[in-house]
Design a protein around this ligand. Sequence first.
Ligand code: CA2
Length: 143
Amino acid sequence: MSQTITILNGPNLNLLGQREPDIYGITTLADIKDMCKSAAEKQGLNINFVQTNHEGELVDLVQQSADSVGLIINAGAYTHTSVALHDALKSLTIPIIEVHLSNIYAREPFRHHSYISPLARGIICGLGAQGYVLAIEAITAGR
Ligand code: CA2
């Protein structure tokens, strides 16, 4: 098994820090990547940190993560819509941590259902960028 944590980010997360700071804060995705890299390096691990706006590419990336130490995924809006993503995640045996910057349960009802949660070892939401770091700690603690 390679010593890499895969961290996948879904649609529109490339806009972090540029729009809607009231909901998503001022931290950019590049800042989050740096935070994750530091947290992983402390545990002697690499990260493969990717963002895509495309559902099929997210499915490809999930499949390619199979040999990682763990998968951290913020699938953005595909969380609430994608059976294809659910099916891809179901084929993994590595730990999956679902992360959301915002508290999806304090928002619109359509965000309350996740196709990822039944397959996740744990779910972190509402803690902003810190949620990604906590997810890395959760994966490394369980190794
Ligand atoms: O809270 C999260 O992390 C979400 O996964 C973010 C998704 C949303 O659809 C989920 O329900 C919860 C949206 C990401 C969009 O990010 C933007 C950032 C800045 C400006 C516009 C969108």
